[in-house]
Design a protein around this ligand. Structure first.
Ligand SMILES: [Zn+2]
Length: 326
């Protein structure tokens, strides 16, 4: 057995923030750059021959409004998006970008990030079922099976509905190793990354009581920005790269999983492009040395399901809570 590394990507363009108003200047800029950043991130994976799980908002695949009109939250929930279809459709439609992922020489996984980026704990089971069904239907229509799921904003609920709709796994929450006190955890991580005393968690996927494989996250690569992270990164190596390397090493040493995730539009400047590029180069090196393998979430789900008693109720319930990412 060998340790494993997974990259998952929340691919959403403007759908990721259509419920937030007004948008900050930074959010507007991120939406405007999202297409460019998507292709840049895809190129980075391509150059390092690294497969990733791209969790897409299903509505990106289609400009057909009929999908929305059959949704229980129509019309209010789709108001901003459908205005966008008419005014600047490039931020709302992404079939070309998803095709670019599917046609890349690296074999990526196309997964689901819901149909219209609803926040699952805030909706009832009927809306969750509509989201899951529509995500799978539109995916299938364009040739993507979409069996892995990433919850919008990592807010987990209605896992029973996911299982009923044919999903096999989801990205679970990162185990918290430091107290979730705003500021304190970030400072603790920064200090730990500089002294080498902190390693982000490696994780163990488990089958939950609904038969879904929970593939927990280890580290959000889009964080670690602003002060004081940028001050440190300006004079020394990016502390986030150091942390990621330690997680990758630990996965290899312990035969565990290190699961990194990000959005394409987290590549807001060259610094963050360099961060991902350096981490991918390290993954490539460790893979060539035989210390780790790179898997998609679907690969992990297949592996875990084949070696686990998947009888419903065989695993403890993961704690459903939300965390603020760095
Ligand atoms: Zn999202």
């Amino acid at each position: 057995m060998t340790g494993s590394v997974v990259f998952s990507v929340d691919a959403e363009l403007a759908w990721g923030v259509h419920d937030l108003h007004p948008l900050s200047d930074e959010q507007v800029q991120r939406c405007q750059q999202a297409r460019t950043r998507w292709r840049q991130l895809l190129d980075l994976f391509e150059m390092s021959e690294t497969p990733a799980t791209w969790a897409i908002v299903g509505h990106l695949l289609t400009d057909d409004w009929r999908y929305g009109t059959s949704h229980p939250l129509y019309p209010e929930w789709f108001e901003v998006a459908y205005d966008g279809f008419e005014n600047d459709s490039s931020q709302w439609l992404g079939r070309d970008l998803i095709d670019a992922v599917a046609l890349a020489s690296v074999e990526h996984e196309i997964a689901s990030h819901s149909f219209s980026h609803v926040i699952f704990p805030e909706i009832d089971a009927a809306v969750a079922a509509a989201e899951c069904r529509l995500a799978r239907t539109v995916g299938n229509q364009y040739g993507f099976e979409c069996t892995s799921f990433v919850f919008p904003r990592n807010k987990i609920a209605h896992r029973d509905v996911l299982a009923e709709c044919g999903f096999t796994c989801y990205r679970g929450l990162r185990p918290s190793r430091l107290p979730a006190i705003p500021g304190l955890r970030g400072l603790g991580l920064l200090a730990g990354s500089l002294t080498g005393g902190v390693t982000p968690p490696t994780v163990t996927p488990v089958v939950d009581e609904f038969g879904l494989v929970n593939v927990p996250a280890s580290m959000f690569l889009g964080g670690f920005r602003g002060q004081p992270w940028s001050s440190v990164a300006a004079v020394t190596a990016d502390p986030a790269v150091k942390l990621a390397r330690k997680g990758i090493d630990r996965a290899g040493e312990r035969d565990e999983l290190f699961h990194m995730w990000l959005h394409p539009n987290d590549l807001t400047s060259q610094r963050y492009i360099d961060r991902v590029s350096e981490i991918l180069a390290y993954v490539e090196l460790k893979r060539r040395q035989g210390d780790i393998r790179v898997e998609t979430m679907a690969d992990v789900a297949r592996r875990v399901s084949s070696t686990t008693d998947t009888t419903v109720g065989s695993a403890p319930t993961p704690v459903e809570r939300t965390v603020r990412e760095q």
